[in-house]
Design a protein around this ligand. Structure first.
Ligand code: HEM
Length: 435
């Protein structure tokens, strides 16, 4: 019922986003329209199947780089390499989200490999640079939303330090808009050139372009309420998907690896599960495997319970309301402390214990609203299924093949927070092949 995330703020207008897209949209009609397109595109079974196919494809690219690095080490010293997992996961998820949302291959892992190895990934450098630049600018703009929310217009417009940051964000928006518009136009043309009996891919961009047009399988003659999306609407939705679908996965993966390294019993159980499913075979992961990896899923949930990366969530009311027995005036902005809720002993037994087994009990159900990893209510995260598939499948593929240990078992995980997400700054690990 309380569906607004934050008040309309001046900065949103300056960013060109007021009343558009999903995340900050306070115009109910427009939000419902975008939300509907977004959910249909990324929660469909066909999309899910492609996520699994691309996980296999991109993992095999990742392992080819790691195996090259391992081989080089083998010749020189021992059988281990040291890697910063934050870097690798950032590039992996960038490649993944780019493919799943725009249908376009980026070469982010390749670009990173080129910076750390003498052996270079082929000659795609122009394309590699271009997609890297787009993703970096989207990341900057994502942080920029928060900046435009908390820094008042006077400072943004007149005080040089803030003004420079604001200008940089606006320039990045200009660049990203232009790049995304080109991608959308190109895809429209590709769809036009594809004959009606040829299947189209299921990435989010293609789904958004064809929905409510004659290319859509469920097409019915439309009226205005049932119209298709314009390029600028598609662009802001792609933008929301890309900016929300990368850093959270990277951080989740890092915290998961950290907890596994610090809990040998959990690791043992996880490896037993993975080995029982794959039986030592290096075959691609399937949808059935994903549904069978129950303990891996429990680890993901427990990692995010004990340390929620989205540690704050917000709601805003524009009418006076009674909530939790109190009267609140219109204009109240609520900050929901997810970290406290996930660790409160009123809701959780031994809340400070990292215990994935609590999720394995068939009858276990967290108390209502006490586990809000993906939020709650109307604004529940539409990327939840994509996120769980990416996390569980990548965990299984990584630990099936590699032994992964932290370089420093004594130091706490290094984190920072630019907005409502807690990020892991660096995670150095030693990697070797499992026996
Ligand atoms: C582990 C990964 C992720 C976590 C922990 C996460 C968490 C969240 C949370 C807590 C919210 C706020 C929900 C609320 O206000 O009740 C949210 C919203 C959202 N998330 Fe995610 N998310 C993840 C991955 C993704 C991915 C992969 C995508 C898209 C590709 C995505 C797209 C979005 C969007 C568009 C919203 C805004 C929804 C709306 O306002 O209607 N998220 N997410």
């Amino acid at each position: 019922m309380y569906w607004m995330r934050c008040p309309n703020y001046e900065g949103l207008k300056e960013l060109g986003l007021e009343g558009k897209e999903i995340v900050y949209n306070n115009n109910y009609k427009s939000w419902i329209f975008n939300h509907h397109f977004f959910n249909q595109a990324i929660l469909s079974p066909k999309f899910t199947n492609e996520v699994i196919d691309w996980t296999n494809e991109l993992f095999s690219e990742l392992e080819s780089y790691w195996d090259k690095l391992l081989l080089k080490e083998k010749i020189s010293k021992e059988n281990k390499i040291k890697l910063d997992l934050i870097e690798w996961f950032s590039h992996y998820t960038t490649d993944m989200i780019n493919k799943m949302l725009t249908g376009k291959r980026s070469y982010s892992m390749a670009a990173y490999f080129n910076t750390i190895s003498d052996e270079k990934f082929d000659n795609q450098s122009a394309r590699v640079e271009d997609s890297e630049k787009l993703f970096q600018s989207i990341h900057k703009i994502h942080i920029g939303y928060f900046f435009f929310f908390i820094v008042p217009p006077f400072l943004r417009h007149y005080v040089p330090f803030f003004k420079n940051i604001a200008n940089d964000i606006l320039q990045n928006i200009g660049f990203a808009n232009q790049k995304l518009d080109t991608i959308i136009k190109k895809r429209r043309k590709e769809i036009e050139d594809t004959s009606l009996n040829e299947p189209l891919p299921h990435d989010m961009l293609t789904s958004m372009i064809i929905k409510n047009t004659f290319r859509d399988g469920n097409y019915i003659e439309t009226d205005e309420g049932n119209r298709s999306m314009t390029d600028s609407e598609i662009r802001v939705n792609l933008f929301d998907g890309i900016s929300n679908g990368t850093s959270k996965i990277v951080n989740m993966l890092s915290f998961i690896i950290y907890h596994i390294a610090h809990n040998p019993n959990v690791k043992k159980k996880m490896l037993e599960e993975i080995d029982s499913i794959f039986q030592g075979k290096m075959r691609p992961i399937t949808k059935d495997d994903f549904y069978s990896l129950k303990y891996c899923e429990a680890i993901v949930k427990e990692a995010v319970r004990i340390f929620p990366i989205v540690h704050l969530n917000t709601r805003y009311i524009d009418k006076p309301s009674e909530i939790a027995g109190y009267q609140w005036p219109a204009g109240t902005f609520f900050i929901i402390n997810v970290g406290v809720i996930h660790n409160k002993d009123d809701y959780w037994e031994e809340p400070n214990k990292f215990n994935p087994d609590r999720w394995m009990d068939e009858n276990f159900e967290p108390k209502k609203n006490s586990f809000i990893m993906f939020g709650e209510g109307l604004r529940l995260c539409p990327g939840r299924k994509l996120a769980m598939i990416e996390l569980v499948c990548l965990m299984a593929l990584l630990f099936r093949k590699y032994e992964i240990n932290l370089v420093d078992m004594n130091s706490p995980i290094k984190t920072k927070s630019d907005d409502i997400v807690i990020s892991c700054v660096k995670l150095l690990v030693k990697i070797e092949l499992r026996n």
